[in-house]
Write a protein that binds this ligand. Structure first.
Ligand code: TYD
Length: 203
């Protein structure tokens, strides 16, 4: 295992992935381990411009346009990842699996096309480990309700989020040794500990 791994945090809205990523970032900072963190869509300067456009509530792109915009945003992050690959720990809030889960399992875009485009962008960049955060329907909507503002992707119905989450779980089950499923309906401190224990082994 690389000592400077790429570690991805995945999951649907309200699954707690961003808070867990933040606590891992705090841990690395405290240990003086160099790292970068990226979120998708967004991350680099140009990707943040694409994020603004696509998550804006006034936008109404079709699913293929969305796919291509998510990939455009990723494409702009690849040089940032390459620059730091094997040099710094790279923490990513959503990456290739989000595209498979949302655009394929959620929206029905062709899986082969998504895999091909992801492969084309990533080339020999490898994700070392993924934390998949899952949440039940009740907590999902409770947590969404607490948000100050909702973006275009925070407004799907429960059937959609359930399809997306099932897609994520399918991906995790297909590559069990590089995934950990975190049940965010359980106690956050326990989950934090399981994640940090794993991080210590990865770096
Ligand atoms: P964001 O606010 O970053 O997510 P969160 O609610 O977890 O903080 O919104 C990003 C949205 O974009 C999220 O709903 C998932 C979606 N998405 C895709 O549909 N495909 C992708 O490839 C990526 C990276 C994100």
């Amino acid at each position: 295992m690389s000592k400077k791994p790429i570690i991805v945090f995945e999951g649907i809205e309200g699954s707690g992935k961003s808070s867990h990523l933040a606590s891992v970032a705090r841990y690395l900072k405290q240990k003086k381990i160099s790292f970068i963190k990226i979120r998708e869509p967004g991350g680099s300067h140009n990707s943040e411009k694409i994020r603004k456009l696509m998550l804006n509530n006034k936008s109404n792109f079709n699913k293929n346009t969305d796919l291509l915009l998510f990939l455009s945003s990723r494409s702009e992050n690849i040089s940032l990842i390459k620059k730091n690959y094997n040099k710094k720990v790279i923490l990513i809030d959503r990456f290739t699996d989000s595209t498979i889960a949302y655009q394929h399992y959620g929206m029905g875009v062709n899986l082969k096309l998504i895999n091909l485009l992801n492969k084309y962008l990533l080339k020999n960049i490898k994700i070392n480990f993924t934390f998949l955060n899952i949440v039940n329907n009740k907590n999902l909507f409770l947590r969404l309700k607490k948000r100050k503002s909702l973006n275009r992707y925070d407004k799907f119905n429960s059937a959609f989020y359930s399809k997306v989450q099932k897609g994520f779980v399918k991906l995790a089950n297909s590559k069990k040794n590089s995934y950990m499923i975190i049940d965010s309906n359980l106690e956050i401190e326990k989950n934090k500990k399981s994640i940090l224990d794993k991080i210590k082994k990865l770096i």
